[in-house]
Design a protein around this ligand. Structure first.
Ligand code: NDP
Ligand code: PYC
Length: 343
């Protein structure tokens, strides 16, 4: 897709207007008001920052999943205080982000007291980008790390059958001289959402993206989606990270492994019901008060060495542009959203 053409076809709307539009759609689709508010901010924030595979592209999937009865848009998460530094959250078959919002106050209390705390979530549906789950902690001066597993669509090394999900890992740390440093990446060659976008746009993928239904390497997104699978990124190294995510996000939390997700009885379901682990650390308990300056020093050295783009730079550039000009949305997409909000 040609970016200049896309811009010409776009209408610019403010972040707040997009949040309001999505809240209406999500409420009409069956989310409780407070759940719709959390999910609308998450989805609009992803679109604003240019996390396209987890922004407006996901709206039809949220709606069809709610209609299928696979997820409970009105679930009331249960937060359990299990140990000095351990919070357990049962999302009760609801979305992960509202459950995280419910567990966060206790998690922060524990981080303050213990210097570190974990939030282990199960029975949760995560259909979004992972950075919104960690970045707010770094904005408060904390370090955060999160892991989510999804649904089996990634083969292990040398394998033919998918076992792992696309299993993202996100990390955020405060820095003295700017926005927190954040990375958020799947452990597969690409996110499943990006494969679906490429299939829709008729684009081939880079070598090493996936295998077809016979296990042969392919760069055709349709072959990956039609009985094939993604490959882990970076061979066995990415595969080990995918395995670690399954262990931390599912085994440790009491959630389902990606290969256990069975939505076959719910046509239209797209949100995987799995688990998530979040680790939050107060850096003052570790290397001392100068943590944010030390991070800044490292970033300065990386830039001096020649790396112009750091993870998160693109998102924050998009965020600044959106604050100035609004968020560009294809006219056809916006028309579909408005129709959904008023139907
Ligand atoms: P990308 O490969 O697009 O990006 C991964 C990270 O690398 C980002 O932090 C990105 O920063 C950074 N980055 C990208 N290009 C460069 C570069 N040239 N130099 C330096 N840093 C760079 O992410 P993925 O495709 O793996 O994942 C996309 C999204 O999908 C993520 O938000 C992820 O959470 C989500 N996802 C969600 C799943 C779920 O179960 N809910 C499952 C799998 C993925 P920047 O953001 O600034 O571009
Ligand atoms: O894009 O891989 C993905 C994904 C899986 C679940 C939510 N997003």
């Amino acid at each position: 897709a040609d970016p200049a053409r896309q811009k010409a076809d776009a209408e610019f709307i403010s972040h707040d207007d997009l949040v309001a539009l999505l809240e209406t759609i999500f409420r009409r689709a069956g989310m409780a008001d407070w759940v719709a508010a959390v999910q609308a901010r998450n989805c609009a924030g992803a679109e604003r920052d240019g996390s396209k595979s987890h922004g407006l592209f996901r709206v039809p999937g949220y709606v069809s999943t709610l209609a299928s009865g696979w997820v409970d848009g009105r679930a009331e998460p249960v937060v359990e205080d299990v140990a000095d530094a351990f919070v357990r959250v049962d999302a009760m078959n609801g979305f992960a982000q509202p459950a995280l919002a419910r567990g966060t106050p206790l998690l922060l209390e524990k981080v303050k007291r213990s210097g570190i705390a974990l939030l282990a979530m199960r029975n949760s549906h995560h259909f979004g980008a992972l950075w919104p789950d960690v970045e707010p902690f770094a904005e408060r001066g904390l370090v955060a790390l999160s892991f989510v597993n999804s649904f089996a669509c990634v083969v292990p090394v040398g394998g033919r059958k998918p076992v792992y999900g696309t299993n993202p890992i996100a990390f955020a740390a405060p820095r003295a001289g700017g926005d927190p440093i954040v990375f958020d990446q799947s452990s597969s060659a690409l996110a499943n959402g990006d494969v679906r976008i490429a299939a829709r746009e008729g684009r081939m993928l880079p070598e090493g993206s996936g295998v077809d239904r016979t296990g042969a390497p392919t760069t055709d997104p349709k072959a990956i989606l039609d009985g094939g699978a993604l490959l882990p990124f970076g061979g066995y190294k990415g595969a080990s990270l995918a395995m670690m995510v399954e262990i931390l996000a599912a085994a440790l939390t009491g959630g389902q492994f990606s290969f256990e997700v069975d939505w076959s009885g719910h046509p239209g379901a797209e949100t995987p019901r799995t688990g998530q682990l979040l680790v939050v650390i107060d850096p003052e308990a570790g290397g001392g008060r100068r943590f944010a300056e030390r991070v800044e020093q490292l970033i300065g050295r990386i830039r001096d060495a020649g790396q112009e783009r750091l993870p998160g730079d693109r998102r924050h550039d998009n965020r600044r542009a959106a604050a100035r000009d609004g968020i560009p949305i294809q006219r056809s997409v916006l028309a579909d959203l408005r129709a959904r909000a008023s139907s």
